[in-house]
Design a protein around this ligand. Structure first.
Ligand code: GLN
Length: 513
């Protein structure tokens, strides 16, 4: 079944992913494509609507990104945002200039008045705040257009040509700072483009399964399962599509969180796929013995991982497809329309060189992270895996400061499990984005049962972040921290002191090593 499709045409704006997100939140499938995409390709995809993104350039300069006039002759509604609106105007014969006495640059929150007789604003308040970010402005409208919004300084805050269904906003409806922005996009999609909103995860899952079956035919596929959200959802999808034609290799390096290896196995062991769990804990710990330098730990684990995977893959022999859990932000970030720069290997760095295969399948490459989670839930994947926090590839090795011993791994696993359990009990497990325990290499004096102890200090870490690029330490309530602290010193051996990490990122990183 074909979806309704909206195409977001990328002119280099900062918020392009956000536009795509918002459209999908309105239950309409969309893709971000380059402005260089040939017009025949766009026509062939039969979009219900087209959105032009913003962009850093000035549209009146010859060097700026533009499309041919044919884009205006498809009889498809268009919404231009900022640069996109300026391109729409210029392309249809209007004038765009830099700031002058008619309009000045505007940045940030700006009060606007809207004409809600336009379908773009119908049902919305007449006055509200929008987010502006422009130097240039629309000076003269093309024929058939009128202004439907203005600010103090900008007469053309939004414009329309209702007959052709062309709309433009000088502001950015996709960002949260634009008060009614989400509804404006909804109006464009439903009232102007006439979308019905048919994008659901059930439907997506069915289509993806059918396409994978068609592609793979009777062939064999191989997947490296880490137990992370992306590879787990990819595995579940492939399991539903091709069952025993898939082999997934789960290298358990022995540095997973408590019981995690077993949880991964339980989630996939009877899913019909060939599930190979390699318990390589001793092997990894052997290589790591006496190593305390963080970068060396990472390197040793990375190399050993590839070696173990390669040995297992060789037992299987030639496969036709290698499955990877690449997701949409990776695809967009690595540059659109230029297939050569897409980093299809990033999430299993280096693996393809070691495995004999014909082609890569990336079944999640059009999904955002929370859509991947929604897909996992739709497919019936264990909630624990769907909502798993980001976990570093080297696992607990980089949460044990200094050298790693099997005893320290168990100590940390036990302490970390208590911390996670209490955070969940307090109902904080979805609001704190990442939280874990770190076993420091420091020992200090304590007193327990009237006797002296000399044991390790455990650090607790919890952060809130939306993008993991910057993060703030979480304000975990003291009574929750107290409960965690009491339980850990009572239930876990070799720990007599607990501290909470109150640094943000930057200057600290989320992980300690
Ligand atoms: N560069 C254009 C301007 O300054 C468009 C900016 C944008 O799309 N945010 O007006």
């Amino acid at each position: 079944m074909a979806h309704e499709l909206v195409l977001v045409i990328d002119f280099g704006g900062q918020y392009n992913q956000l536009i795509a997100r918002r459209v999908r939140e309105h239950k309409i499938y969309c893709e971000v494509i380059s402005y260089k995409t040939p017009i025949e390709e766009i026509r062939a995809r039969n979009p219900k609507g087209i959105i032009f993104t913003g962009g850093p350039n000035s549209v009146y300069l010859d060097t700026s990104p533009r499309m041919g006039k044919e884009i205006f002759e498809l009889s498809v509604p268009i919404l231009g945002i900022c640069y996109g609106a300026q391109f729409l105007v210029l392309g249809l014969g209007g004038i765009v200039t830099e700031a002058n006495e008619n309009a000045v640059a505007e940045f940030g929150r700006t009060d606007c008045e809207f004409d809600n007789s336009s379908p773009l604003f119908s049902g919305l308040k007449e006055k509200s705040v929008v987010w502006m970010s422009h130097n240039d402005h629309i000076e003269t409208l093309p024929e058939g257009f009128r202004s439907i919004c203005h600010s103090d300084k900008c007469p053309y805050g939004a414009i329309e040509n209702p007959e052709k269904k062309f709309y433009g906003t000088q502001f950015h409806p996709e960002v949260n700072h634009t008060e009614q922005g989400f509804d404006m996009l909804g109006n464009f999609l439903y009232k102007v483009c006439g979308c019905a909103g048919d994008w659901t995860m059930e439907e997506y899952a069915q289509t993806a399964i059918r396409e994978i079956r068609e592609k793979v035919g009777g062939g064999k596929a191989l997947l490296a399962l880490s137990g992370g959200v992306d590879s787990s959802v990819a595995c579940k999808l492939l399991a539903n599509a091709i069952g025993s034609q898939l082999t997934c290799i789960f290298v358990d390096h022995g540095l997973m969180r408590k019981n995690e290896g077993d949880e991964v196995e339980a989630a996939f062991a009877d899913s019909g796929v060939n599930f190979v769990r390699v318990n390589a804990g001793d092997r990894f710990l052997g290589k790591l013995a006496g190593v305390d330098e963080p970068e060396r730990k990472r390197k040793i684990i990375g190399e050993e991982f590839i070696r173990v995977f390669e040995e297992e893959a060789q037992k299987i022999g030639k496969v036709d497809y290698l499955v990877q859990g690449t997701i949409y932000p990776d695809v967009i970030e690595s540059g659109l329309g230029d297939a050569a720069v897409i980093k299809s290997h990033h999430n299993v760095g280096g693996l393809p060189d070691y495995v004999d295969f014909k082609e890569i399948i990336e079944p999640l490459r059009l999904l955002f992270k929370d859509e991947v989670r929604a897909l996992g839930t739709t497919l019936g994947l264990d909630e624990k895996l769907v909502w798993r926090q980001p976990f570093p590839g080297p696992g607990l090795a980089i949460r044990i400061i200094g050298d790693i011993t099997p005893e320290k791994v168990v100590t940390l696993q036990d302490a970390d499990a208590i911390f996670r359990e209490e955070i969940a009990n307090a109902g904080l497990d979805r609001s704190i984005n990442q939280y874990f325990a770190v076993l420091t290499n420091m020992r200090s004096v304590g007193v327990m049962g009237d006797g002296r102890t000399y044991d390790y200090t455990l650090a607790l870490r919890g952060v809130t972040t939306s993008d993991f690029m910057t993060a703030d330490f979480s304000r975990i309530p003291y009574d929750v921290l107290e409960k965690v602290s009491v339980r850990i010193v009572n239930e876990v051996k070799n720990i007599n002191r607990i501290v909470y990490d109150i640094t943000s990122k930057p200057p600290a990183t989320i992980e300690w090593e």
